[in-house]
Design a binder for this molecule. Structure first.
Ligand code: PLP
Length: 448
């Protein structure tokens, strides 16, 4: 018989089953399956920690968002934001569904090409495009979204040299009532910079103006901000039409819709408070449809939605390494994942569920990661059943920005598994090993 684990007794106030103003707590229900695959078998087959992604959920999210916009506006195109999650398998699901690619670096650009996205369906954003990147994107007929004057002038010079006429848009920044203002990317709307850049493009023989772009922020909680953004882009498009007799082909409103995660410090859970995609779609399409464009010259509406389409499709499974009492009496639970794998724990209070049935008694605890680093805190305070060494948990809604911003610090990054539409599991990124991490290192001769 296994010896029972001993834990030093400690007197605390009980809070089991207490009502709060929203009723009894129910968020400690165990989550034993993802799709229909048992969490326990995922961990025993692929290790812990482990990222698990549901293909079904990705497709559901994509189809739902497309339907919402298509019901309201005739010409819609989504472009998958690579930096939100650029696992090739994930990108390919979006591309299969019909999404273009939206990239912000030469590395991401090459990844999109590698995933079979035709050059003319890649949107190249961001302030960091080298001359080589610009030439490659021009030759592939990609959509180059110019971020600043230096890039504009480089592109004019390069396109003369290579004798091509790249298709371009400008990124516009503006005051949408959201602070702090995002004015470090693109050309400013209010001070006339954006209009100035547009006229320079039109007056250049070497560039073809095809669109106008903005990306006003991320995890935006205000649908009104998108109405302002849409109005400003329409105004620019209208001015181009009036002044130059040329209608731009598209308006690109970027990404930024929130997922249903709960931001740190929020009083109510995100799933109860964030606006739905329908509300954003209403705000945007009402403005464009009402602006006065003729039906046959309505611009294509491009959306670069990232987070809202992927966050709830991924889970992080993890295991309790140890529990301890801190010097002030608080319970601490140490997990085998921390900031290194769950970068978004800096912004979110993720929902965390036990992966097995535990007792009814709950206690407030600090949840630490495994790193030897003081800031490695998954949650400053979470009320959960009394987790013990070896217990497993499921962290919800981790699909956005974790698998791209994760850190290789002290430990190796874990496996990522995709559960396909038939509930079969596939490793889509192998756990790292020492060889992989050291592959690029070199030891000088005299240190060998
Ligand atoms: C990051 C980014 C996106 C995606 O943003 P989400 O907040 O994930 O929707 C879209 N467009 C641009 C230009 C970006 O930088």
């Amino acid at each position: 018989m296994e010896k029972k684990r001993y834990e030093r007794p400690y007197i605390i106030k009980m809070n089991t089953g207490l009502m709060n103003k929203f009723g009894t707590r129910s968020d400690n229900e165990p989550v034993t399956h993802i799709e229909s695959v048992p969490v326990k078998s995922l961990i025993s087959d692929y290790g812990s920690p482990l990222f698990v992604i549901s293909e079904k959920q990705i497709r559901r999210n994509y189809q739902n968002a497309t339907r919402i916009f298509k019901m309201r506006y005739p010409k819609i195109q989504f472009a998958w934001s690579y930096k939100t999650n650029y696992m090739n398998a994930v990108c390919r699901i979006f591309h299969q569904e019909g999404s273009w690619g939206e990239v912000v670096s030469g590395f991401e650009y090459d990844k999109a090409l590698g995933n079979g996205v035709p050059g003319n369906k890649i949107i190249f954003n961001g302030p960091n495009k080298s001359d080589e990147d610009l030439i490659k994107a021009s030759k592939n007929d990609s959509l180059i979204h110019i971020d600043h004057y230096d890039e504009l002038y480089s592109l004019i010079r390069l396109s003369e040299e290579i004798n091509l006429k790249p298709r371009v848009a400008i990124r516009v920044n503006m005051d949408t009532g959201i602070y702090p203002k995002w004015d470090r990317f693109g050309f400013n709307f209010e001070n006339g910079q954006a209009w100035n850049a547009l006229t320079r493009i039109i007056n250049s023989d070497n560039l073809e103006l095809v669109g106008i772009h903005c990306h006003i922020g991320t995890f935006m909680l205000s649908a009104d901000a998108y109405a302002i953004a849409a109005r400003n882009l329409c105004e620019l498009a209208w001015s181009v039409k009036e002044r130059f007799g040329k209608m731009v082909q598209y308006i690109d409103l970027g990404g930024g819709f929130p997922s249903s995660n709960t931001l740190k410090g929020a009083y109510l859970p995100g799933s109860d408070t964030i606006p739905s995609i329908d509300q954003f779609a209403d705000s945007i399409t009402d403005v464009i449809l009402g602006y006065g464009f003729k039906q046959d010259e309505l611009p294509l509406l491009i959306l670069e939605t990232g987070r809202a389409l992927i966050d709830d499709a991924a889970f992080l499974l993890g295991t309790v390494l140890a529990t301890k009492r801190l010097s002030d009496g608080r319970r601490a639970t140490i997990m085998d994942f921390g900031l290194n794998s769950l970068f978004t724990s800096l912004w979110y209070d993720h929902k965390i569920s036990p992966a097995q049935k535990l007792g009814n008694q709950t206690e407030e605890m600090v949840m630490f990661g495994p790193l030897c680093m003081n800031i490695d805190v998954v949650r400053e305070s979470i009320t959960m059943p009394m987790l013990q060494k070896g217990d497993q948990v499921v962290v919800h809604k981790v699909g956005a920005y974790n698998m791209t911003q994760w850190m290789q610090f002290i430990t190796l990054r874990p496996n990522i598994v995709l559960i396909d539409n038939d509930n079969k599991t596939h490793i889509i990124r192998k756990a790292e090993n020492l060889l992989y991490i050291q592959e690029l290192e070199e030891v000088p001769e005299h240190l060998k």
